[in-house]
Design a protein around this ligand. Structure first.
Ligand code: NI
Length: 138
C-alpha cells in the first residue's frame, strides 16, 4: 500500500512531549510510526464501540477449582457460547489455583457479555478482558 505524506501543525510543547513518548518506545520507532500506531489504536477502539463489528478479546482469570462447582459453571458459560469461544487454555498454577485464558471472537457486545458472565462468576479471584482487533481493515 502506498504511503501518503501530510504535515501536522502542533504546539511545540505538545510535540516535545510526543517526541519523549516516541523515544520511550525504543529503537527504530520514529514520529511517523508512532502516529500510525496511535491512529490504528483509535480505529481498534472505535470498532469496540460499534457493537456490530467483529472483534477479538482474551479473558484471563484466576480461580480456585475447589470452590463449589466453579469449574463446571465456567465451563457451562463457555459451552453456551461455543460458537464464539475460539480457544481456551487452562494452567494448574498450584494445588488449588487455576489460570484460564479464553479467546473470544464476535461482536464487541457479545464479547463483553461473555467476559462479564465469566468474570462475574462467584469465586473468580481475579480476571480481566483485553479487547483487540481481528487485524482486518488496519
Ligand atoms: Ni487447574
Amino acid at each position: 500500500m502506498g504511503l501518503s505524506r501530510f504535515s501536522i501543525a502542533m504546539e511545540e510543547d505538545l510535540l516535545a512531549r510526543f517526541d519523549n513518548l516516541v523515544e520511550q518506545r525504543g529503537l527504530g520507532v520514529n514520529r511517523s510510526e508512532a502516529v500510525r500506531d496511535l491512529v490504528r489504536d483509535a480505529l481498534v477502539e472505535s470498532a469496540w464501540e460499534d457493537s456490530t463489528g467483529e472483534i477479538v478479546g482474551t479473558v484471563t482469570m484466576v480461580f480456585d477449582h475447589h470452590a463449589s462447582d466453579l469449574s463446571e459453571k465456567l465451563d457451562g458459560v463457555q459451552h453456551a457460547h461455543h460458537d464464539k469461544i475460539v480457544s481456551a487454555m487452562h494452567v494448574h498454577l498450584d494445588a488449588h489455583n487455576c489460570l484460564e485464558v479464553i479467546v473470544v471472537r464476535g461482536a464487541s457486545s457479545d464479547v463483553r457479555s461473555i467476559a462479564d458472565s465469566l468474570l462475574g462468576t462467584k469465586g473468580v479471584k481475579h480476571g480481566k478482558l483485553v479487547m483487540t482487533t481481528t487485524g482486518q481493515h488496519l
